[in-house]
Write a protein that binds this ligand. Structure first.
Ligand SMILES: Nc1ncnc2c1ncn2[C@@H]1O[C@H](COP(=O)(O)OP(=O)(O)O)[C@@H](O)[C@H]1O
Ligand SMILES: [Mg+2]
Length: 186
């Protein structure tokens, strides 16, 4: 079983959305997925399940606060994903979260830039800045109203007609995770 922890001490960056859609994407690939949310505010489509160790993957969604338990959660992870928005005010909490993760685990830590606009100057500069800092940006998820609609409807964005673009980004995220955990690079 491989555990993917999704964490950023900042709220509203897309942790829960990414946790849900990553779980759906891995299931579409035929894998069995266990879902855990440690966020008391919840909000995910998936509910915390029995944590069956026999499953292929475990996805762990976390709350948007500097949780005392973050180091412990990171220790149990095979990979840590840190979602952030392409906004200057997300840089500091994101780098702090990455620092805690790196102190707690030798597992790979990667950034997911959420609500990314490929034509936005700030968005591109942020991706370049992170790369310059040596941070791995494993995926860029577009801003898509279909993601909010899917969450409201309790389904994956891939099931919505206007969700294809976002679904493709989650497929690339899953490809990237598989490549990193296979020991390859991205
Ligand atoms: N890529 C996106 N495009 C459009 N809306 C998004 C996107 N990602 C997240 N959202 C919306 O932003 C809000 C916050 O996302 P959420 O996943 O709950 O963040 P967090 O779990 O980090 O607090 C939700 O209403 C969600 O539907
Ligand atoms: Mg959340």
């Amino acid at each position: 079983m491989l555990t993917i922890l999704i964490a950023n001490q900042k709220g509203g960056v897309g942790k829960t959305t990414i946790a849900d859609e990553l779980a759906f994407e891995l299931e579409r690939r035929g894998a069995s997925v266990s879902f855990i949310t440690t966020d008391p505010q919840g909000g995910s489509v998936h509910e915390t399940d029995d944590g069956d160790e026999e499953r292929d993957w475990r996805i762990v969604d976390t709350p948007g606060v500097l949780a005392d338990a973050l180091p412990e959660w990171c220790e149990a992870a095979d990979m840590v994903l840190v979602p952030m928005l392409p906004s200057p005010r997300d840089i500091e909490p994101t780098l702090r979260t990455i620092e805690v993760a790196r102190k707690s685990t030798s597992a790979p830590v990667a950034v997911v830039v959420n609500q990314y606009n490929p034509y936005g100057v700030l968005d591109r500069q942020l991706a370049e800045y992170l790369a310059g800092e040596g941070e791995r940006v494993i995926a860029k998820i577009p801003k898509a109203v279909a993601l909010a609609q899917a969450a409201a409807g309790g389904c994956s964005v891939a099931e919505l007609r206007n969700g294809r673009h976002a679904a493709e980004a989650f497929a690339r995220l899953a490809d990237g995770i598989e490549a990193v955990l296979d020991g390859g690079n991205i």
